[in-house]
Structures are given as structure tokens and as C-alpha cells.
Design a binder for this molecule. Structure first.
Ligand code: ZN
Length: 321
């Protein structure tokens, strides 16, 4: 099997001996990146994509490159593009996450994800209509990409069965394998109320989930997230001197991409602050031009305007108090 190109949903890349990233393909139903780590006597899959179809391929490829069943799945956070594929793994496969991720899914995360699947068909109609007249090249690429995973979601909707993580990591958990070790690190509230990274100390590679997105606008509007702490966490990770940082979206990053993300978050906070002071209306906020350094970044149809709108709404409410 040509494992590197075995799936229509992702492209596999070998980062180091026993360490792989699975990049979401533009025309597939993965949506986010995932990882496969072979500890020598234990196989870990980091994040499970937005659909069971994509996750099935991930499972098959993980078994093929490591020669054994998947022992552990790790969910970086509760968002659907990182957890929906949990359901394809064997019941014996333990699923690790932060306590927040588990609690959030049980509280209203599962309902939220079910709603996204139920609304996927309508979303396809809206985006197909917009595609006909959208002049912006990046927005058009985003629409194409969204249509691909939304179609995958509508196909999967009848069999959707979110599996909640059954193991939670409070601080740090080290898995000692025969070939290498992996550390699961709970970074606390950042992109969501609880984000879990996977660090390989020997290889100096960290899987960061959506704590890092490379050349993609991140979603900043999570109610339980914490942008100040997120910026601190990015400094903490940079201080670990990783050679490679695997992002939730985009190509594998280097240490300097952590600084880029830190600066992006700060820029957006300052931008929203200005908009609040100018008493901007919600519509003006959502159509605010993208700051120059980020003009080539993807996810302009959702994360950029949606983050601005959410942050503005929250900051404006605080301002009025
Ligand atoms: Zn996310």
C-alpha cells in the first residue's frame, strides 16, 4: 500500500522515525490535520478528523505504518474536526483528552456537533450560491474546501455517534514506549477551555492542535477560551525549543510560527479594541479588512469574520458596563 497517499481525505508525511502528520486534503472530508506516532510498542493517533470516513482511512494507515492496532487516541480539543472520527476506533482504544474536553462534549458539545451535521446540507446550499459570484480567490478556495468536508458530513450524518474521551489528563502524562516517549500536556484554557498537546522530547516535535494554525486564520471566539493565556502558552511552547510544530490547520510549522500566532492574536485583540472605541456596528466589524500580514491566510469565509464578530460582541458588552 502506498501509505503516504492512501486516502483521498489526507496526505501522510513522515516527520521523523515513527512520526507522521496527516494533512487534510483540499477535496477530502478530514478538515483538520491529524498525527500518527509509533512509540515502538504503542501506537497513538492524535486527533480524528471531521468525519468517520476520513478517520477510517487514518486508522487503516496507522495500523499499516506501525504494524499494530491503535492503542491510544488523543483529542487536542472538543471541536468537531478533531473528535468526530473517534467512533471508528476499537472499543479497547483509550481516548485521551483534557477534563474540559470531556465535560464540554457531555454538557453541550455533542449537541453542538450534531447540529453542525444536521445543518451541513443547508450550508452547502448557501456556499454553492455564494461560489457563483465570490470574487476573492482565497474565499473561493475556502468555499471549495468547505463544500468538500460538508458533503462528507452530510454522508456521515446518519451514522454519527460521538465517542467521548474516557481518559483525562490534568497536568502532564508521559507514555514511555520502547522506542520513544510521548508527553500529553494539558495547556489549560487557550483556543478552548482545555487544549491538549502531544510532545515528543527526543524528536523535539509537538502536535499542537489548534493552538497553532499556519497561514490559516484561527478561531478566537470560544467562550471558554482565553486569549491572554493562549499567548502565554505559545511562548511556553516556543521555550520548549521544538524543531517542528504540527498545527491543527496548515503545513508543519517551525518555532517562529508560534511567534506569528502570538502576534496574530494580539493584533486581533487590538483591532477589536479599536472597533469598540469607534463604536463600530456588528456589520462593519465582520467586513473589516484583513490586516496586511495576514492577507494571504485561509479561512477568510469563517474564522476571520466570525472571530472578529464574537470578540467584538464580548468586548463591546464589557465596554458598556
Ligand atoms: Zn478548533
Amino acid at each position: 500500500m502506498d501509505t503516504l497517499n492512501a486516502s483521498k481525505h489526507f496526505r501522510l508525511e513522515n516527520l521523523a522515525d515513527g512520526v507522521y502528520v496527516a494533512y487534510a486534503k483540499e477535496d477530502g472530508a478530514a478538515w483538520a490535520n491529524a498525527g500518527i506516532v509509533d512509540l515502538g510498542d504503542c501506537t497513538i493517533v492524535y486527533d480524528t478528523f471531521a468525519t468517520p470516513q476520513a478517520a477510517n482511512d487514518l486508522k487503516v494507515v496507522a495500523e499499516s505504518v506501525t504494524g499494530r492496532a491503535v492503542d491510544m487516541v488523543v483529542n487536542s480539543h472538543w471541536h468537531l474536526d478533531h473528535v468526530v472520527g473517534n467512533q471508528v476506533f476499537d472499543v479497547e482504544t483509550e481516548i485521551y483528552a483534557t477534563p474540559y474536553t470531556r465535560e464540554k462534549l457531555l454538557k453541550d458539545g455533542i449537541a453542538d456537533i450534531q447540529q453542525s451535521f444536521a445543518e451541513a446540507a443547508t450550508e452547502i446550499q448557501v456556499l454553492t450560491g455564494r461560489q457563483a459570484y465570490e470574487p476573492d480567490e482565497i474565499a473561493r478556495a475556502d468555499i471549495q474546501f468547505s463544500l468538500a468536508y460538508l458533503r462528507g458530513m452530510t454522508q456521515a450524518a446518519p451514522s454519527l455517534n460521538i465517542r467521548v474521551p474516557n481518559r483525562t489528563v490534568e497536568g502532564k502524562l508521559t507514555i514511555h514506549g520502547s522506542e520513544r516517549s510521548a508527553e500529553l500536556i494539558n495547556f489549560g484554557a487557550n483556543h478552548t477551555g482545555g487544549d491538549l498537546g502531544l510532545y515528543l522530547p527526543n524528536e523535539a516535535i509537538i502536535f499542537a492542535g489548534d493552538l497553532l494554525t499556519v497561514q490559516h486564520h484561527p478561531w478566537l471566539g470560544e467562550v471558554d477560551g482565553n486569549l491572554e493565556h493562549w499567548r502565554e502558552t505559545l511562548k511556553t511552547i516556543a521555550g520548549m525549543k521544538p524543531k517542528l510544530v504540527v498545527p491543527g490547520h496548515g503545513s508543519v510549522g517551525k518555532n517562529y510560527h508560534l511567534k506569528d500566532m502570538h502576534d496574530y492574536i494580539q493584533t486581533m485583540q487590538e483591532l477589536v479594541q479599536e472597533l469598540v472605541e469607534q463604536a463600530a456596528m456588528p456589520d462593519e466589524v465582520a467586513t473589516n479588512p484583513i490586516p496586511k500580514p495576514y492577507k494571504a491566510w485561509r479561512f477568510v469565509i469563517n474564522n476571520y469574520p466570525d472571530s472578529l464578530r464574537a470578540l467584538h460582541e464580548r468586548m463591546a458588552a464589557e465596554y458598556d458596563e
